[in-house]
Design a protein around this ligand. Structure first.
Ligand code: NAD
Ligand code: USQ
Length: 403
């Protein structure tokens, strides 16, 4: 297949591009490198030393013999160029990763809230209208998030894959309907993903676009078989308070002997998936698209759920690292239950990597190997959800020195 990977320089997009290329697909990456520019703005860097995009791509060609195309293009602001790229590449499939994806960054200031909405919603809408204008009949897989459902809304009932069956009262009794699961986002970033869902519903209904929305959990891990082939191909690893996600942050903290930064009680339960499974899920989704005319297919791209405190304890037991209970900078429930249906991916052949298999490897081969690159002042989460909230940084500015 000819596949356009939008956001193909990012944490999920880069390993997906290499995986699909390795599987024989022809890949063109589209990325405006905004994520790298945000690193500069935040004065932080990936824990792993990622190479410039063109160097990465030529290293892949050297290692694999396979070419990957690259177009530097801003999906939110360069509509005519999107149309031109679609016409030129004539993709069979498109993967859309290209959004601002950090909840803390999206809540940092009025400027980052506006940037996140402008960037994400315009990027998605431009893509959809460009598909209609060019009549390119590509299967589109978009990366959504488990956070669109919110946490705890339906108690212990398993979260269905996108749609909920409800009974609607009528004068004669009731009728059964399938509706998009109610949206309950917990940040401006997560809210943009709920807006994306409505755009997808409309364009699937009105224009027959074939869309799969992948409601992905928190991705952990760093390397895939392809990114591990050469150090120049290494994937990015975000550890800072804005972009670092919880499990990778705990692994990095354990490697440098920093207390594990649990927000609040740690009673929050979240869904997880290893990056190796992310890339497999994407190929499964692209090769099993919905029929034209059907509503967007929603797949929950998660393999396990864990309570944050259990994760911290597990890593603490493995490494001897202490736990620091910090005031939660976010506005979220202290505790929630979370059960998620992921029947579709399992039925389509996904064989998940479990936490117990990958954790130690990640600590020793990535976090410990690159720990000299950590800037300890960037670890604590400083973005607060509401003015006046206590920040974790108020309590914890001193970081224990390395052994
Ligand atoms: P990332 O920030 O590492 O990658 C996103 C890429 O998109 C970056 O390279 C960035 O430069 C590019 N991009 C952003 N806006 C763009 C625009 N307007 N035009 C062109 N390129 C643009 O993020 P990631 O962790 O790889 O996440 C990828 C997608 O998966 C996101 O949509 C995110 O919401 C979703 N997701 C991520 C996770 C996770 O844990 N990382 C979990 C669930 C869902
Ligand atoms: N948390 C801690 N300690 C930390 C960092 C985070 O306790 O040091 C807590 C947070 O308060 C939150 C939970 O861990 O309760 C998850 O935070 P996160 O930053 O790991 O994940 P989140 O903000 O939800 O966002 C990440 C990705 C996002 C993706 C989402 C999937 O950045 O792109 O959409 O995971 S999901 O969470 O399933 O919606």
């Amino acid at each position: 297949m000819r596949v356009l990977v939008l956001g193909g320089d990012g944490f999920c997009g880069w390993p997906t591009s290499l995986y699909l290329s390795d599987r024989g697909h022809d890949i063109t990456i589209v990325d405006n490198l905004s994520r790298r520019k945000i690193d500069v703005e935040l004065e932080v860097d990936s824990l792993t030393p990622i190479r410039p995009i063109r160097e990465r791509i030529s290293a892949w060609q050297e290692v694999s013999g396979r070419k990957i195309g690259y177009v530097n293009l801003d999906l939110a602001n360069e509509y005519d160029r999107i149309v031109a790229v679609l016409g030129e590449v004539q993709p069979d499939a498109i993967v859309h990763f290209a959004e601002q994806r950090a909840a803390p960054y999206s809540m940092k200031s009025q400027k980052t809230k506006r940037y996140t909405v402008d960037n994400n919603v315009r990027a998605t809408h431009n893509l959809l209208t460009a598909l209609v204008e060019t009549r390119v009949d590509a299967a589109l897989a978009h990366l959504g998030t488990m956070g669109v459902y919110g946490y705890g809304w339906s108690g212990s009932a398993p979260i269905p894959e996108g749609y909920l069956t409800v009974k609607v009262p009528t004068p004669d009794g009731e009728i059964e309907r399938e509706i998009l699961h109610p949206a309950n986002p917990g940040s401006v970033y997560h809210m943009t993903k709920t807006l994306d869902q409505l755009l997808f519903s409309f364009y699937a209904k009105n224009d027959g676009l074939r869309i799969t929305d992948l409601h992905q959990g928190i991705v952990w891990g760093t390397q895939t078989d392809q990114t591990a082939r050469d150090e120049r191909l290494v994937n990015r690893f975000d550890y800072d308070g804005d972009y670092g996600t919880v499990l990778n942050r705990f692994l990095m903290q354990a490697a440098i002997g920093h207390p594990l930064t649990v927000h609040g009680t740690g009673g929050q339960t979240r869904a997880f998936i290893h990056i190796r499974d992310t890339v497999r899920c994407i190929e499964i989704a692209l090769t099993n698209p919905p029929e034209p005319g059907s509503q967007p297919m929603v797949l929950n791209q998660v393999t396990e759920t864990h309570r944050l405190l259990d994760l911290a304890k597990m890593i603490g037991d493995m490494t001897g690292c202490e736990i620091a209970y910090l005031p939660n900078p976010r506005r979220e429930a202290d505790e929630n239950e979370l059960a998620v249906r992921n029947d579709n991916f399992l039925a389509l052949g996904l064989n998940p990597t479990t936490l117990s298999e990958g954790l130690m490897e990640e600590i020793s081969e990535i976090a410990a190997r690159y720990k000299h690159r950590v800037d300890p002042t960037k670890i604590i989460a400083r973005s607060v959800w509401r003015a006046g909230m206590e920040t974790s940084a108020d309590l914890m500015t001193e970081v224990p020195s390395e052994e």
